[in-house]
Design a protein around this ligand. Sequence first.
Ligand SMILES: [Zn+2]
Length: 243
Amino acid sequence: MLFGLFWGDWTILIVLPGLIFTLIAQAMVRSAYEAGARVSMPWGMTGGALARRMLDANGMADVRIERVPGTLTDHYDPRERVLRLSENVYTGANAAAVGVAAHEAGHAMQDARGYVPLRLRMAMVPVTNFGARMAMPLFLIGLIFTSLFRTGILFFEWLMLAGILAFSLSVLFQLVTLPVEFNASRRALRSLAGSGTMSEEQLRAARRVLSAAAMTYVASLAVGLLSLLRLLLIFSSASSRRR
Ligand SMILES: [Zn+2]
């Protein structure tokens, strides 16, 4: 019954363009990374070495760098003030590795400078996680009972709306993520260009990786917005059928 009510209905098609966009963006990241990995850096400068240099040059000698397993698992942890780089980025002496490492160091710079969108994003994490856990259970329980009881019981419509509200917290989070990600890449590229050690070709390759990575965040937001629209449509058709 759940399947028919939720996954089987036509509104799933609304989300489809967003999912296709996501797949394209992910493919672009892979191909940009592979191309950038073939552009080697002068003097064997690795992602790890570059991140260290960037942190030190910006008064963040106390920020540690750790190696983590996986591919493109790189991230900056503002709580522990640790920059975690994947094996390929840490040891890679190429434009792609250096670009990703500089981007993560860009997040550390945001943290050190009190960049407001990063602060906001950090503050939103617990609320967003709670909302993400509650959204679908609330929405689906509300949907089932709204469809069962054709008269009265407004309560279950409110439950659906509560689910939609909880879901929209995740979308808001994705929205706040955009300036944080774009700004980290801007800081990274400014620092790489300012170092004066990178050729035009190396800079171009690094920029391509970061632009493609930025697209994946735009795609996530698109999926979030379309999913929200879908929930609203299901809600309006379920509550109008009841009347
Ligand atoms: Zn980032």
